[in-house]
Design a protein around this ligand. Structure first.
Ligand SMILES: Cc1cc2nc3c(=O)[nH]c(=O)nc-3n(C[C@H](O)[C@H](O)[C@H](O)COP(=O)(O)OP(=O)(O)OC[C@H]3O[C@@H](n4cnc5c(N)ncnc54)[C@H](O)[C@@H]3O)c2cc1C
Ligand code: FES
Length: 261
């Protein structure tokens, strides 16, 4: 894990309330894997307000350029402060943290299921797989409340990955819940492995769909975090082997191992 002051290369507004943050962090970029996250101190230089750093997933890892990118939604005090950062500023960060995704070598086809800001770590995974395993069929099922909640669709297109877009209000793509579209698609097409990241109700539904069909997979959980490094036990989740810390034992867990109730 690297603790450092990273230079803000760009802060871009993607849609109202949604931001992409690019940081120059060569050491972190060299070590990081898809599914890992970093802790970001949102307060201004030296400020401990808010006291706790905020966990944000890696959206892109540019090892050659030595940078990492995140996409986040401003939902409260910390992320609002984060959104106020500008190019040229320095930010305290540490990471990479957590375990990251592991796709079995035998998998030939992969369904990614994203809800809202659960999408960024899945893009990171998809980009890595495009490079490392070009023969693997990858499709994304992407759900949001409205059209403005579906971000960077052009990046998925550029990566040549089929996207099943779903909005709850029908303003873009299919209308309804992403898990309903996933279920409908599974009647025509099979996938060897599934990976999901998003709100807990969506993760529960994806897990049920996958387990009913005997499809293995992984879920990336978003728990409340304090230390982010395994020390405070503030992020534990129920696991079939007892309790597990989402920040160090996760955030990625096998679908059939975590209890989301
Ligand atoms: C491993 C991990 C990776 C994450 N990756 C991303 C990401 O890539 N992009 C992104 O936008 N967000 C991500 N999050 C969520 C992000 O950390 C929170 O939105 C952020 O910490 C909120 O801080 P805040 O001070 O702005 O909000 P607060 O003022 O602390 O809270 C505002 C609202 O957000 C809710 N909230 C806060 N934290 C969480 C959480 N962890 N899960 C669910 N609801 C929460 C609160 O209940 C409250 O309603 C991730 C969280 C984890 C644990
Ligand atoms: S956030 Fe402290 S143990 Fe996970």
């Amino acid at each position: 894990m690297i603790q450092q002051e990273a230079l803000v290369q760009e802060m871009k507004i993607l849609a109202p309330g949604y931001y992409r943050l690019d940081l120059l962090a060569p050491g972190l970029a060299a070590e990081a894997r898809p599914g890992q996250f970093i802790q970001v101190r949102a307060g201004d230089d030296g400020s401990l307000d808010p006291l706790l750093a905020r966990p944000i997933s890696l959206y892109r890892i540019d090892r050659n350029g030595g940078s990492v990118s995140m996409i986040f939604k401003a939902v409260g005090r910390g992320t609002a402060q984060l959104a106020a950062k500008q190019r040229g500023m320095l930010m305290k960060i540490w990471g990479p943290l957590g375990n990251g995704f592991a796709i079995p070598d035998a998998a030939q086809s992969l369904a990614l299921v994203a809800g809202g800001v659960g999408m960024p770590p899945l893009f990171c995974l998809a980009e890595e797989l495009r490079r490392a395993r070009p023969g693997l069929r990858v499709e994304l099922f992407y759900g949001g409340r409205t059209q403005r909640d579906l971000l960077v669709l052009e990046q998925w297109e550029a990566a040549d990955i089929r996207v099943h877009s779903v909005t709850e209000d029908g303003s873009y793509g299919r209308k309804g819940l992403v898990t309903a579209v996933l279920e409908a698609q599974l009647r025509q097409k099979d996938y060897d492995f599934m990976v999901a990241c998003g709100p807990t109700p969506m993760l529960k539904a994806v897990r049920q769909v996958a387990l009913e069909r005997g499809i293995a997979g992984q879920l990336s959980l978003e728990s409340y975090m304090a230390c982010g490094v395994g020390a405070c036990l503030g992020c534990v989740c129920k696991h079939k082997a007892g309790y597990r810390r989402v920040c160090v034992d996760g955030p990625v867990f096998a679908m059939d191992e975590v209890d989301l109730e």
